[in-house]
Each structure stands twice: as structure tokens, then as C-alpha cells.
Write a protein that binds this ligand. Structure first.
Ligand SMILES: Cc1ncc(COP(=O)(O)O)c(C=O)c1O
Length: 447
């Protein structure tokens, strides 16, 4: 059995090196594009870290991750340990609630929070761990103190997981919900009009704004910072109890964009880690501003120190913390504990390089699609309002059939799971320029 302490100490040492390279917890300095771009063979080496089938072009980073080698190795090491001695291995890694835990070495979950914090430019204590974006959205939206007379503003463009979590929150609390339309055509969506449309949808009753960073319906990326600033202006004239919380489903920006929690400016940032970030399948995070965590009412009892010790002492729990919003019960711990490796993987490549690479492949793909007469692009070409997801239609072909044609060319793509459905591709780190060319060739041949 791999020593529990060795695995954790090795990972902590890795984080210390990464933190040093990043200049501590500070946001990464903007790197000039030429310096940020590794040579072509370096991207091949990144792709070599994955066990994905080489028979297919994988344009599907928006769905479910393949695990890169460091993540696979960590999962395997933890799995072996758990299989050999589940109870003792769990206790040694996770730690059991005890009063002096703060003074002991960080447990495996704490190390995951530390890695996430380094990546997000945040504090470990501001991060809850979940199993998916959907679990994060459900626990946060249903945990917020909404009431009859309060209004939730979301948009028409959000995913089922946001809409349904908000519907359930409204059902429980008596709050009402309104959906703003931020753009008519994705391709021509622009930052300023989207901010104006969002602000125009607010009313004195609005308590929560719930949006999605990158729409999986169109590929449009919202200008979160500008939206956060505009909401802060509205809040400036409000009584503290009536201030609006700005919450984001960030799943298609995490692992693509080069931002920190300070640069984005939202109140809660909710994301699964098993898509663009290449985290273990069944992992996610929620980051929240420290002052907002005590507002929340947990739904699922957590298994950390805070609530458990209070329960043992027959006392009321302390104010809600990020840890207390980490759903308890036993988990697939080999996956959860290996999540830190996914953050480390991205930081070791460099967040700026990852962003530049994905945007460059996306631009290549969008520029190729935009000049095809049989194609209607639904994703903007501008980098400030797009990320890695690209959606489009092919004249005369329903999206399922166009996706079928891509499959015949050994390209993995999907129709978007929305009322108005488009073809969706995502040239991420698993893809090369040649893969993008293969997509363009296939779409060009669809007439
Ligand atoms: C915008 C958006 N949010 C949430 C989800 C669900 O993510 P998860 O599987 O992490 O719950 C998806 C798609 O899978 C999505 O596109």
C-alpha cells in the first residue's frame, strides 16, 4: 500500500513548486502571446497524457473528461489503498472529525481545496467540494435565503441544471423567477448590449442573478466582470439586506479562461471539474465570497469538523462555512482526492497558455465555418464573448444528422440539448490544428 503520508506530502511539495512559479497565490501575470505559446510538439506531449482513443477526433470537452496521466495515477494509487484497507486508509487520508484537526497535516480533501484555491486565486476556506456542476447549483440555489416577494433573474440561454435548480428554489421559498434574453443571435452577441439587457431585467425585488459563464446552447461567453460591476452599481444604493447576489454556472469557462475570483467579481462560482479541467469524473467545486457562506442553509449534512463536532456536543452548528456546504456521506474518494492533480496539470501548463491554445483552435474552426455558405454560425468570433464551445447549423440538415455525418468522419460532436438545437464542437487541448481541419472538411462536404 502506498503510504498515505507520502502521497499527500508529494502533492503538497508539487503545489509549493507551482505556487512559487505562479508567484504565490497572486493572479498569473499576463504573458505575452509569443512567450505563452509552446511549440507544436509540446501540445502533442500534452495530448500524450491522455488515453483517449486515437481513432476519433474528440471535440467533446464540454461533456465529460478523459483523465490525464497524473489524475489517472492518483486515482489508481488512492483506489489501491482504499481496496486494501478501506476504513483505515479513509481515516488516514480524510481524517475523522476531531477538535485538534487544525493543527495536523492537511488531509486529502484539504489538499484539493488548496490546489483549487491556488488555481482560482482564492483561499482554500472559500471552496466547497461537490460531485458536479448540477450538485453545486442545486445546493447553492436551494440554500439561499430567498423569500416570498423576492425575485430571481436568470436568462433564456441557461442550461437545464440552472433553470431547474432555480425552479426548485422558487418552489420552496415562494420567490418568483424571470428569464432575461441577452441576445437574439449568438453570433452577433456583444458585451455591452448583454450587460444592458441583464441590468434592464432587474427590479427592486431582485435578490439573485443566476447566469452561465459560457452558454452550452450557443457558445456565447458572458462578460462576467462587466456584469458584476453593473450589479455592484445597482447594489450601491440598496439596503444591505436587499443586495443582489451574482451567481455563475462556470463549468465551460473553468479550465479554459485565465481568470481568478478577484478578476471575475461574482459572488458564487459553481462548476463541475470533469469537463474542460480534466478532473476526475464526479467532481466539482463551489467558490463563494467569505461573507456570503453564512447566508446559506445546507441541505445535505456535511461530514467535516464544523457541524459534526457541534452535533457530538449536542450544540447548534456554527454559521455555515464552505466546508459545511460540501455534501457529506461517503464519496468515491479516489476520484475526489485526485482532483488536485487536475488543477496542478493546468497550472503546470500555464493558465494563459491553455487559454491561448483553446482560443486559437476555436478561432481556426470558427473562421473556417464562417466562410462556408452552407453554415450558420451561432457562436461569436470575438474572443471576449466566446471560449471553447462552437455551435452552428448546416443548411438543410437537422443537427442530429449533421452530427451523424461528423461521426462518420470519426469526429465526436453532439447536438446541443436545448429546445433550439445546433451542432456543437469544442476544439480543446485534446485536439490539434489537423483535427480542426478534419471538422471543416467534413462540414464542407455536407450539402
Ligand atoms: C452549462 C452547463 N451547466 C451544467 C451542466 C451539467 O454539468 P454537470 O455534469 O457537471 O452537472 C452542463 C452540461 O453537462 C452544462 O452545459
Amino acid at each position: 500500500m502506498t503510504s498515505t503520508a507520502v502521497l499527500r506530502r508529494d502533492f503538497l511539495a508539487k503545489l509549493v513548486v507551482i505556487a512559487g512559479a505562479m508567484g504565490g497565490c497572486a493572479p498569473q501575470p499576463a504573458t505575452p502571446a509569443s512567450a505563452a505559446r509552446p511549440k507544436r510538439d509540446e501540445w502533442q506531449r500534452v495530448r500524450d497524457q491522455f488515453d483517449v482513443s486515437r481513432d476519433w477526433v474528440h471535440m467533446s470537452g464540454f461533456l465529460l473528461a478523459s483523465h490525464p496521466k497524473p489524475v489517472r495515477d492518483a486515482i489508481e494509487a488512492y483506489r489501491r489503498g482504499l481496496d486494501a484497507d478501506p476504513a483505515q486508509y479513509f481515516e488516514a487520508h480524510q481524517g475523522v472529525p476531531k477538535a485538534d484537526r487544525a493543527s495536523s497535516e492537511p488531509g486529502a480533501e484539504e489538499l484539493v481545496r488548496m490546489a483549487a484555491a491556488l488555481y482560482l486565486g482564492a483561499a482554500a476556506s472559500e471552496i466547497a467540494l461537490t460531485d458536479s456542476t448540477t450538485m453545486g447549483l442545486g445546493t447553492i440555489y436551494c440554500g439561499l435565503p430567498l423569500d416570498v416577494g423576492d425575485e430571481i433573474v436568470t436568462t433564456e440561454h441557461d442550461h437545464y441544471s440552472t433553470h431547474e435548480a432555480l425552479r426548485l428554489a422558487a418552489l420552496r421559498t415562494g420567490a418568483t423567477m424571470r428569464k432575461a434574453r441577452l441576445y437574439d443571435r449568438g453570433e452577433s452577441a456583444a458585451a455591452e448590449p448583454m450587460v444592458r439587457a441583464l441590468i434592464a431585467a432587474l427590479s427592486p425585488a431582485t435578490k439573485l442573478v443566476a447566469v452561465t459563464w459560457v452558454h452550452s446552447s450557443t457558445g456565447v461567453k458572458l462578460p462576467l466582470r462587466a456584469m458584476a460591476d453593473a450589479i455592484a452599481d445597482v447594489n450601491a444604493s440598496r439596503h444591505p439586506a436587499r443586495r443582489i447576489l451574482f451567481c455563475v454556472d462556470a463549468v465551460h469557462g473553468l479550465g479554459v479562461e485565465d481568470e481568478t475570483m478577484a478578476s471575475l467579481g461574482c459572488d458564487f462560482f459553481i462548476a463541475g471539474c470533469h469537463k474542460w479541467l480534466f478532473g476526475p469524473r464526479g467532481t466539482g467545486i463551489v467558490w463563494g465570497k467569505p461573507e456570503h457562506w453564512p447566508l446559506l442553509r445546507p441541505t445535505i449534512p456535511h461530514f467535516g469538523n464544523d457541524g459534526f463536532l457541534a452535533w457530538l456536543a449536542d450544540k447548534p452548528p456554527p454559521p455555515t462555512s464552505a466546508d459545511m456546504m460540501t455534501p457529506g456521506g461517503f464519496h468515491s474518494f479516489e476520484h475526489r482526492w485526485a482532483l488536485g492533480e487536475a488543477f496542478a496539470f493546468h497550472m503546470q501548463i500555464g493558465k494563459a497558455k491553455v487559454k491561448e491554445r483553446i482560443h486559437a483552435l476555436s478561432r481556426q474552426c470558427k473562421e473556417g465555418l464562417a466562410v462556408m455558405r452552407n453554415v450558420t454560425l451561432h457562436t461569436p468570433r470575438e474572443d471576449d464573448v466566446s471560449a471553447g464551445i462552437i455551435t452552428f447549423e448546416v443548411a438543410g440538415l437537422p443537427p442530429e444528422l449533421a452530427v451523424q455525418r461528423l461521426h462518420e468522419a470519426r469526429i465526436v460532436a453532439t447536438p446541443t440539448p436545448y429546445r433550439e438545437s445546433y451542432v456543437r464542437v469544442a476544439p480543446g487541448l485534446l485536439c490539434s490544428e489537423e483535427d480542426v481541419e478534419a471538422v471543416l472538411r467534413s462540414v464542407r462536404s455536407m450539402v
